[in-house]
Write a new protein. Structure first.
Ligand code: NAD
Length: 342
């Protein structure tokens, strides 16, 4: 593979616009094609960002010589797209959640691994600038050994306007948001060993759960992951994630509006983090949009160096195990022993 890496974006809907804008700023890549079953979407993307517009991913992979595909369709088509890429000998990034089912996810990882193809999941929350800063604090030892964390995502933002599929999804906020929080738990603290879930539906017009709390046990720590799309507050903080990590020597807190506080034996530091700006980004999405840029830069660095992506397909099986385990716990009313599906 040589720069500029030739690639295609498959799925040109709501979130793909962030991918397309972020790629457009990167000279390391060349957009060769776009693809969406909705002809208007693929043609609009190609007209704005370049490349040939396709409505059939198989045809695209047959006709074009690519280095990788960026899959931004919704989960039911992820396995099919990854397997098409594998058969064509093309590396892939795939949006989260990787799959609804562990068998599908394992099949995707195996299809790519058996051909030695780089495979990354677009798990972007750990690539948010504020999360990288929290991680730096934890890794610096400033708060000592972490023993408690809370990772919280709550708002009453109307997510259904941009993501109508969330209304009909039988499994909703845990699959949509907690999946990211589980990855953050692992990023900050390591692998959980056990979890327990409580969740409810507050909005009567949707099918799945829209408020969930998951308690995770780690070897030396406890973590609470909580999320809701029905939480009113004095001002909207969507789509911010709040983090508190308590350690044996201090506490790091990422609060509303990206306020970072570190309490350590050397004192208290406070900082209002400034999210890196991009001319295509817009409020309130700027932090998420910047994280898309960071994911894509990480992918290019991995292609350049041969390094395994932080959120490789194989690594993401752990996140899926936590996500499916959270639903199993909800259904059984019992704790889930993490790793049972791996
Ligand atoms: N990481 C994040 O912060 C974040 C945020 C939002 C969405 N997402 C993820 O991004 C993915 C896409 O979500 P979205 O909200 O953009 O959905 P969307 O429905 O707006 O876009 C998906 C697009 O895929 C197209 N598509 C479906 N089947 C196809 C096929 N067989 N071939 C080609 N195109 C096909 C659809 O026509 C649609 O345009 C999901 O996996 C979602 O979880 C991630």
């Amino acid at each position: 593979m040589r720069r500029p890496y030739r690639f295609a974006v498959i799925g040109c809907g709501f979130f793909a616009q962030n991918h397309l804008n972020a790629w457009a700023d990167m000279p390391e890549v060349e957009l060769v094609a776009t693809c969406d079953i909705d002809q208007t979407c693929t043609e609009a993307a190609a007209a704005t960002f370049g490349g040939k517009a396709y409505t059939d991913a198989a045809l695209l992979l047959k006709e074009q010589e690519l280095d990788f595909v960026d899959i931004v369709t919704t989960p039911p088509t992820h396995r099919m797209m990854v397997e098409l890429a594998a058969e064509a000998g093309v590396a892939a990034i795939c949006q989260k959640p990787l799959a609804w089912d562990m068998n599908d996810a394992k099949a995707m990882v195996s299809a790519m691994d058996s051909r030695g193809l780089p495979f990354m999941v677009h798990e972007n929350f750990r690539f948010q600038y504020p999360m990288r800063r929290v991680k730096q604090v934890v890794d610096s030892g400033a708060i000592g050994r972490p023993f408690f964390a809370r990772i919280s995502f709550r708002s009453d933002f109307d997510v259904y306007a941009n993501q109508p599929w969330c209304k009909d999804a039988e499994r909703m906020i845990i699959a949509d948001v907690s999946v990211h929080q589980f990855d953050l738990t692992r990023f900050f603290l390591g692998e959980p060993t056990r979890l327990f879930t409580e969740a409810i539906r507050v909005n009567p017009e949707i099918r799945g759960e829209d408020a969930a709390t998951i308690l995770l046990k780690l070897p030396d720590a406890t973590c609470i992951v909580d999320t809701s799309y029905e939480s009113r507050s004095d001002h909207s903080t969507y789509p911010q994630t709040f983090v508190t990590i308590e350690g044996t020597e201090g506490t790091v807190t990422l609060g509303p509006d990206y306020h970072l506080q570190v309490v350590s034996p050397t004192g208290v530091t406070e900082e209002d983090l400034v999210i890196p700006a991009h001319d295509w980004a817009s409020q309130p999405w700027d932090c998420i949009q910047d994280s898309v840029v960071n994911v894509q830069r990480h992918w290019i660095e991995c292609l350049d160096t041969g390094r395994t992506p932080e959120t490789s397909g194989a690594d993401t099986l752990h996140v899926l195990d936590l996500t499916l385990g959270a639903y199993e716990s909800l259904e059984t009313g019992e704790p889930y022993i993490v790793g049972s599906r791996l």
